[in-house]
Design a protein around this ligand. Structure first.
Ligand SMILES: Nc1nc2c(c(=O)[nH]1)N[C@H]1C(S)=C(S)[C@@H](COP(=O)(O)OP(=O)(O)OC[C@H]3O[C@@H](n4cnc5c(=O)[nH]c(N)nc54)[C@H](O)[C@@H]3O)O[C@H]1N2
Ligand SMILES: Nc1nc2c(c(=O)[nH]1)N[C@H]1C(S)=C(S)[C@@H](COP(=O)(O)OP(=O)(O)OC[C@H]3O[C@@H](n4cnc5c(=O)[nH]c(N)nc54)[C@H](O)[C@@H]3O)O[C@H]1N2
Ligand SMILES: [Mo]
Length: 763
């Protein structure tokens, strides 16, 4: 008889079927009543026992023999590892941490460790690593994220921290949209597969159904380079747009409101500052270019009459302007967000039910579900005495330019000289741009340490690789933002091989370094403690004692449904309920931003052209989008993700005309090149894309094993993307798109080695 229990990942809650001897996970499957389960759920069982699992502590042989130091061979696919026992691995790592601290100080340790480690609240990989590093004197950290890194820096200047919370925590629900919103303009579409993911998972995937219901009464216009970017049942109108030109269209929409007397001047006067500066810019007074619909048509391909028509429709009823995260994950991407806030400001509906500006529908599954998040249990990280930090997407700059400075948010950051990098719960060889540059940068550090489940390309660059127990191999608890239930994640099976809980790893390291990580508690006691500490907080719901919670498999979380959306108090009375911006209002012109004097950021939204120069060989815009059948790079080796591959590679989609012009047909192998690098991909033609636009999902595992053919033979888009900050203001990731060329590939077809463990050696 098999046994069934439950678990949670960012892509959903699921059932785990365990073999009758209790030793193996037979299957992972969604709940039968999950209305829109993510395919990635089925991959968990296969991933658990896949040959790519790290099963023993391993040390790169050259590091073992030569000691710490720069090494040009770090990350080379044929570089062998030696498996060692835990005591040796921990002794080596403790010695190395001691050496780096003594010789260079704690700021020479980079522990930012960005990434989507598993959903559990206690075994949260970053919290555990940060607590450990804090217990030994601290580390250089990273801030912000790859998701909406540009918005996180820009928007506080426009709407203040209060506005940021409103925007993230109180977006209107789909029910609210159905009731009040006439027109939802979705810049970047509303991708169904993106909403399968919620940080921490959700009890059931209800967003798709709610969106479908809303579409019965709300008209949806998708502004995207891709017609099927919006779930078909929403019956959205499609406005095809050249990628990277949304700012121009938004400025022209605003221009139309002004030119046709449709702007809400009363709202602008009482709730915003800077509308006059914007009007002057729209008229071309500052740069000699009037931001007319005809001007925007030439840049974006969106017909001027479509822009005028859309502006008139927006002003004639209740309109919600949504911008996906992807728009700002690009060079000068913050301008699209700035321009959308500006357009919504001129429409004057911010704070009205179902109107205004939102940022996240179609990007994350908790938007529109309509429930207030409650605080969740967390594992305390302690205090970091080191003050140095980077915006997370500047990792390669940090490694290459220690001792130099970079501009950030109006100030200047010193980049420390990093000697040791410790990564747990993230995969920079998935998430970062220009992977060849990252790989080169990592050859310069003394030591790279990675805790992982799998031999990811990041682990394959590491000097010390420590095998971590997964969410099915340890006890934990989880919930997503606005979720209905705090759930247990009970251990299903024993960890494979010698894999251990990271809690144990850090406790062992701390003991060797005379630090106190565990405070006398074991991991089970800590799990209970973080739950009980949470239960006792005044702002958390009534919940049973830990033993009952564990026995019942969870406890309900209270559901505060918002009757109204964000900014309602501010709307009702901006004097009594000001925003915490310098003016107390929405800053459509920010004197603070203007005062920074940056060459790429003005006080108001501006159009900055990032198009390739005429005659560039990179004649297609490649969209690099979130993968449907995996979370980033996670479980790329398993069946759901494999089922999406073409010619054994990650597919590249392009318009049939573009394919024909290059002699390509479905199922061919193609070589995709950018100024940064090259990859092999399988061809799919589709007329859902605009001509001139191609598309690949992120997350195929980096495979540099045949560099004479391509920098990645497995289709990881980040060998193509540019490692350049969004701007000197925001310094976020520019990974959403890149200019490429695509050509047929008829040469030798190299085997993919990305999912194999590295060669093992004896010493
Ligand atoms: N070009 C381009 N690049 C992008 C994007 C894009 O749109 N375009 N999107 C970006 C975005 S928005 C994001 S958020 C990032 C995501 O980037 P990441 O979050 O780094 O990507 P993941 O593949 O989720 O990597 C998580 C890793 O953590 C490991 N892991 C999971 N749980 C644990 C744990 O408990 N302990 C340990 N030690 N390891 C664990 C997994 O095995 C996996 O290797 O990618 C970014 N990169
Ligand atoms: N299944 C699945 N879901 C996920 C994730 C995953 O890995 N897998 N990752 C999650 C994470 S961490 C994040 S941050 C979110 C990210 O959410 P997003 O950043 O919103 O997701 P993307 O899929 O990269 O982009 C959404 C759409 O934007 C369009 N787009 C790209 N550039 C432009 C442009 O310049 N203009 C216009 N108008 N449209 C453009 C693309 O066609 C794409 O389909 O997704 C989350 N959801
Ligand atoms: Mo993200």
């Amino acid at each position: 008889m098999t046994r069934t229990q439950e678990s949670t990942a960012h892509w959903g809650t699921f059932q785990v079927e365990i073999s009758d001897d209790g030793r193996a996970v037979v299957e992972t499957r969604p709940y039968p009543d999950d209305p829109d389960a993510a395919p990635a759920i089925a991959a968990v069982a296969e991933g658990l026992r896949h040959p790519s699992r790290v099963t023993r502590p391993a040390v790169r042989r050259r590091w073992l023999e030569r000691g710490p130091g720069p090494d040009p061979l770090r990350g080379s696919p044929d570089d062998p590892y030696v498996e060692v026992d835990w005591d040796e691995a921990l002794d080596l790592l403790a010695d190395e941490l001691r050496r780096v601290r003594a010789a260079h100080g704690n700021r020479a340790i980079f522990g930012g460790s960005y990434g989507w480690g598993s959903a559990g609240r206690f075994h949260h990989a970053q919290s555990q690593l940060h607590r450990f590093l804090n217990s030994i004197g601290g580390y250089t950290r990273s801030i912000n994220d790859y998701s909406r890194g540009a918005s996180l820096v820009l928007l506080p200047h426009l709407i203040g921290p209060i506005g940021m919370r409103e925007l993230r925590n109180r977006p209107p629900s789909w029910g609210h949209i159905a009731e009040h919103t006439d027109l939802l303009i979705a810049f970047g579409g509303l991708r169904r597969s993106n909403t399968w993911v919620v940080p921490g998972g959700h009890d059931r995937h209800v967003g798709t159904r709610l969106a479908r219901d809303a579409a019965a009464s709300t008209r949806i216009v998708s502004v995207s380079a891709q017609r099927d970017d919006t779930l078909t049942e929403l019956d959205a109108e499609w406005v095809g747009i050249r990628p990277g030109t949304d700012t121009a269209v938004l400025l022209a929409l605003t221009h139309t409101l002004v030119a046709e007397g449709l702007a809400d001047d009363a709202f602008l006067a009482t709730h915003t500052v800077g509308a006059d500066r914007v009007r002057a810019y729209l008229r071309g007074e500052t740069d000699g270019v009037e931001k007319t619909p005809e001007w925007a048509e030439a840049l974006s391909g969106v017909p001027a009459r479509t822009i005028r028509d859309l502006a008139r429709r927006a002003a004639s009823g209740r309109t919600l302007v949504n911008v996906t995260y992807s728009l700002q994950r690009a060079e000068h991407g913050e301008q699209a967000v700035f321009a959308a806030v500006t357009f919504a400001g001129f429409l004057g509906q911010i704070g009205l039910p179902g109107g205004g500006f939102t940022h996240g529908y179609g990007s994350m599954g908790d938007y529109g579900v309509g429930v207030a998040p409650v605080p969740l249990p967390t594992f305390p990280q302690g205090r970091n005495p080191v003050t140095d930090f980077i915006p997370c997407a500047r990792i390669t700059d940090l490694l290459l330019h220690g001792g130099e400075t970079i501009p950030y948010d109006g100030g200047t950051l010193d980049l420390p000289d990093i000697r040791l990098v410790y990564w747990a719960g993230g995969n920079p060889f998935h998430h970062h741009q220009d992977l060849r540059r990252l790989s080169e940068a990592l050859t310069g550090v003394d030591t790279l340490v990675v805790n992982e489940f799998h031999w990811t390309p990041t682990a394959r660059h590491a000097d010390i690789v420590l095998p971590a127990a997964t969410g099915l191999e340890r006890d934990d608890l989880a919930a997503g933002a606005g979720d209905t239930r705090l759930r247990t994640m009970p251990r299903a099976v024993e960890p494979v091989g010698d894999a251990r809980e990271e809690f144990w790893i850090y406790d062992q390291l701390a003991r060797r370094l005379d630090a106190d990580y565990a405070e006398g508690r074991d991991s089970r006691e800590w799990l209970e403690k973080i739950y009980e500490d949470w239960r006792e907080r005044p702002d958390t719901p009534d919940a049973p004692p830990f033993a009952d919670f564990w026995r019942d498999g969870g406890t309900p979380l209270p559901q505060h449904h918002y009757r109204d959306g964000a900014f309602t108090d501010f709307r009702a009375d901006p004097v009594a309920h000001p925003l915490d911006t310098p003016s107390g209002r929405i800053e459509l012109f920010s004197a603070t931003l203007d005062g920074f004097g940056l060459d790429d950021t003005a006080g108001h939204a501006v159009w900055i052209d990032t198009a390739e120069a005429a005659g560039s060989p990179y004649d297609l815009q490649l969209l690099c989008t979130q993968p449907s059948h995996r979370l980033h790079s996670q479980l790329d080796m398993a069946a759901p993700s494999r089922s999406t591959k073409v010619a054994g590679r990650e597919p590249v989609r392009l318009h049939p005309e573009d394919a024909a012009a290059r002699g390509l047909t479905d199922g061919d192998l193609a070589i995709v090149r950018s100024a940064q690098g090259s990859l092999l991909a399988g061809v799919v033609t589709t007329d859902t894309l605009l001509p001139g636009v191609a598309r690949m999902h992120t997350g195929a595992w980096y495979d540099p094993s045949a560099p004479r053919i391509a920098d990645c033979i497995n289709g990881n888009v980040n060998v193509l993307t540019k490692d350049i900050g969004t701007s000197h203001l925001t310094q976020a990731s520019s990974g959403a798109r890149v200019a490429v060329s695509i050509a047929r590939y008829d040469g030798e077809v190299p085997p993919i080695r990305a999912y194999e463990p590295p060669p093992l050696a004896t010493r």
